[in-house]
Ligand binder design. Structure first.
Ligand code: UT7
Length: 339
């Protein structure tokens, strides 16, 4: 779809809690091993929030990082979208908390929930607002602190997730500048909602003031094997579709920036797409699955490590709870304004 105004990504940032939880730490909690976690997931360690840290705190730090990268005035931001499944509160939204904290005095703000695909959904909304000439500058944040919803006695899930935040800034292309958000593709399949869920948290659970039986606790549940198969199909399908929408071939991608759930998924999906690992961004070993944060956190890291050097055509691809999945093709030309 051709929108009247082009869009560019001009900033990226990230924030993670300082506390590191290693696989050896988890060996003390559940019947697992560093060897199992590393070979089945590629994860070595993850970050976990302390009691006084929150989703909004990480989101604010990531936002400030991206604002510094882009070299923009927070007062120039028109809209803040926070993609999260683990907000501080039902309301105020985490986006409103960010808006107040960073001094984005003109910005409207809201949260969006599409689990690990949240940032792709948020980028799509940002592109629509910019493309229709409604807004010039949009701050997109993905943040999740799944550690608050993990059952630390369940080895099937507690070894997989980490906490973090990532942010991206999208701006309207000025006269003479190219459109750099080339295509976006979004999908959902609610029939698979039960495969990955945090039940008993919302209003469907009517006894909010009574203690639920243990089995009813508000823990993350996942059918890992089925979600694994879903991801192996969803990633190639989304990448091929978003490339076709951008009138390009998969070979034209300089970097694949996939959701960081499991190194084996990343390897297998890249192989199916014929993309060599030198073109694939991954930091799952260091942070685990940070859900909505994972794509901007991976991109931010790859730029900091100088793996991704502009100009680069990047395919961002996400999948997760909902079920949801989606992808975006962006040209990354932005330079870090902090030098
Ligand atoms: O962002 C959301 C998207 N989420 C994902 O993409 C996750 C997708 N799924 C996965 O990444 C993988 O399915 C897992 C990493 C969750 C599991 O890997 P797997 O190779 O599919 O293992 P499995 O579920 O088939 O389990 C194999 C065995 C089981 O034992 P039995 O039944 O064969 O005796 C599990 O109980 O491994 C056992 N197991 C563990 N063993 C040691 C499961 N978790 C652990 C563990 N440590 N932490």
């Amino acid at each position: 779809m051709n929108l009247p105004v082009g869009a560019r990504l001009v900033g990226v940032g990230a924030a993670v809690p300082s506390a590191v939880v290693t696989n050896a730490d988890l060996e003390k909690l559940v019947d697992t091993s560093d060897e199992w976690i590393k070979t089945r997931t590629g994860i070595r360690e993850r970050r976990v929030v302390s009691e006084d840290e929150s989703a909004s705190g990480l989101a604010i730090e990531a936002a400030k990082d991206a604002i510094g990268f882009a070299g923009i005035d927070p007062a120039s931001i028109d809209l803040i979208i926070v993609a999260t499944s683990t907000p501080d509160n039902l309301y105020p939204s985490t986006a409103c908390m960010v808006q107040a904290a960073i001094g984005a005095t003109r910005a409207s703000a809201f949260d969006l929930e599409a689990a690990c695909t949240g940032v792709i959904y948020a980028l799509s909304i940002a592109q629509q607002f910019i493309g229709s000439d409604t807004y010039k500058t949009v701050l997109v944040i993905g943040v999740d602190i799944h550690s608050r919803f993990l059952n630390w006695e369940d080895r099937n899930t507690c070894v997989l997730f980490g906490d973090g935040a990532g942010a991206l800034i999208m701006k309207a292309a000025e006269k003479g500048e190219e459109n750099e958000v080339l295509s976006i593709y979004l999908r959902a399949d609610g029939t698979g909602g039960h495969l990955l869920c945090i039940p008993n948290y919302g209003t469907a659970y009517p006894h909010a003031d009574s203690t639920p039986p243990k089995a009813m606790h508000r823990f993350l549940h996942m059918n890992g094997r089925v979600v694994y198969e879903f991801a192996l199909n969803a990633v190639p399908e989304a990448v091929r579709t978003v490339c076709a929408k951008a009138n390009m071939k998969v070979e034209d991608i300089d970097f694949l920036v996939p959701h960081q759930a499991n190194k084996r998924i990343i390897l297998a999906a890249s192989e199916r797409l014929g993309i060599p690992m030198s073109k694939v961004v991954s930091n799952v070993d260091e942070y685990g699955n940070t859900s909505a944060a994972s794509i901007p956190l991976a991109l931010s890291d790859a730029i900091r490590r100088k793996q991704v050097i502009p100009p680069a055509t990047c395919a961002l691809v996400g999948f997760g709870g909902g079920l949801t999945w989606g992808a975006a093709i962006v040209r990354w030309t932005a330079k870090d304004k902090r030098g």
